[in-house]
Design a protein around this ligand. Structure first.
Ligand SMILES: [Zn+2]
Length: 294
C-alpha cells in the first residue's frame, strides 16, 4: 500500500466524532469527490476503507447505506447516489444548483473541531501525499477555484501555511515541507502517519549525515596521501643529491621508509619502524626530516 493510501486508511478508521464533525467530514468528502450535484453524487476510490467510511457517514447523517461497486472503466470502487437521495444530501449542506460557483458553507465549518474534520474529508477524496522516502509533498486538488480558496483559508485558520498553484485545470493547495505535512496530518487525525513521516525523515537525516562524514573521511584520506607523496618526492630528491648520510641517524630510517612508501599514513609508517612509534612521534620526526631537505 502506498503511503498516500495508508494515510487515507488511517483517517477512514478513526472513530466517528460528534454530529457536527461527522457533518463536516462528510461535507469535505463530497465537495472534493468526483461529482457532487443535485442529481448525482459520485465517489471514486481505490480503498475499501474509504468506501466504508463514506457509508458510515451517510448512515449516521441520512440513514443511507450507498453500495460501492467496481467501476466499469478501472479497478477502482465507485459509489453513486442519485435521484431524491442526491437532492436531499445536496440541499442538506445548503447548496442549490443555481449557485454560480461552489463555496464552502461556512456554517458547517464554524468550530475548529469541524474545520479539522472537514479537511480530513477533503483530503480523503481530493488529496494525496508523496512517500516521504522520495520527497515531501501533500496536496488537495479540485477543478473549482473558489472551493480551493476556501479550503486554503480553512487550513490557514488552523495555523497551517498552504501554497497554491494551478496545474492542468486543477487548483491545488499543497504543502512542501515535512513539518507542514506532519502538521496537516496531525490536524486531520492521521497521527500514526505523521509519526511515520517523522521517522523516515530522521532516518534520512542520519543517513545524510553519515554520507557527509564518509565524504569528509575520504577527503582527509586523500589529503594525507597527497601529503605523503609530496614528502616522499622531497626526500628522494635530497637523497639523490646529498645521500643517506645527510639525514641524522635518528631520522634516517623514517626518511628512507617515507621515500619508499608515499601512500601509507603516518600511523602505518610508525608501525613499520624497527622501534614502532606513535603517530604524533612520527609526525614530529617528519617535520624535522623536512627541515633537512630544504
Ligand atoms: Zn465539530
Amino acid at each position: 500500500m502506498s503511503f498516500s493510501s495508508e494515510t487515507k486508511t488511517e483517517l477512514s478508521e478513526l472513530p466517528l466524532g460528534e454530529t457536527c464533525c461527522i457533518t463536516a467530514e462528510c461535507y469535505g468528502m463530497l465537495l472534493f469527490c468526483r461529482e457532487f450535484g443535485e442529481r448525482r453524487i459520485r465517489i471514486v476510490t481505490e480503498s475499501e476503507a474509504v468506501a466504508r467510511r463514506f457509508r458510515e457517514l451517510c448512515k449516521a447523517l441520512f440513514s443511507l447505506s450507498p453500495k460501492a461497486a467496481q467501476s466499469i472503466s478501472s479497478e477502482k470502487l465507485e459509489i453513486i447516489i442519485s435521484g431524491d437521495d442526491a437532492e436531499r444530501i445536496f440541499s442538506f449542506f445548503g447548496h442549490d444548483e443555481t449557485q454560480v460557483s461552489t463555496r464552502v458553507n461556512s456554517d458547517i465549518v464554524f468550530s475548529q473541531c469541524c474545520r479539522k474534520s472537514f479537511l480530513r474529508g477533503a483530503y480523503i477524496t481530493g488529496g494525496s501525499v508523496t512517500d516521504p522516502n522520495s520527497g515531501y509533498h501533500l496536496e488537495i486538488s479540485t477543478p473549482l477555484f473558489n472551493l480551493s480558496n476556501d479550503a486554503a483559508d480553512i487550513m490557514t485558520s488552523l495555523g497551517l501555511s498552504p501554497k497554491r498553484i494551478k496545474r492542468g485545470g486543477k487548483n491545488i493547495v499543497y504543502f512542501k515541507s515535512s513539518e507542514e505535512i506532519e502538521d496537516f496530518l496531525n490536524n486531520t487525525g492521521a497521527v500514526s502517519s505523521a509519526f511515520r513521516l517523522m521517522e523516515v525523515k530522521v532516518m534520512k537525516d542520519v543517513r545524510n549525515r553519515i554520507n557527509r562524514l564518509n565524504n569528509c573521511d575520504s577527503f582527509n584520506i586523500s589529503r594525507s596521501i597527497n601529503a605523503g607523496v609530496e614528502q616522499s618526492e622531497i626526500i628522494r630528491r635530497t637523497l639523490e643529491t646529498k645521500g643517506k648520510s645527510h639525514f641524522p641517524q635518528e631520522l634516517r630510517e623514517l626518511a628512507l621508509l617515507r621515500a619508499e612508501n608515499p601512500e601509507v599514513s603516518l600511523r602505518e609508517l610508525g608501525e613499520m619502524l624497527e622501534k614502532p612509534l606513535s603517530k604524533s612521534g612520527v609526525s614530529h620526526k617528519m617535520r624535522r626530516i623536512m627541515e633537512y631537505t630544504e
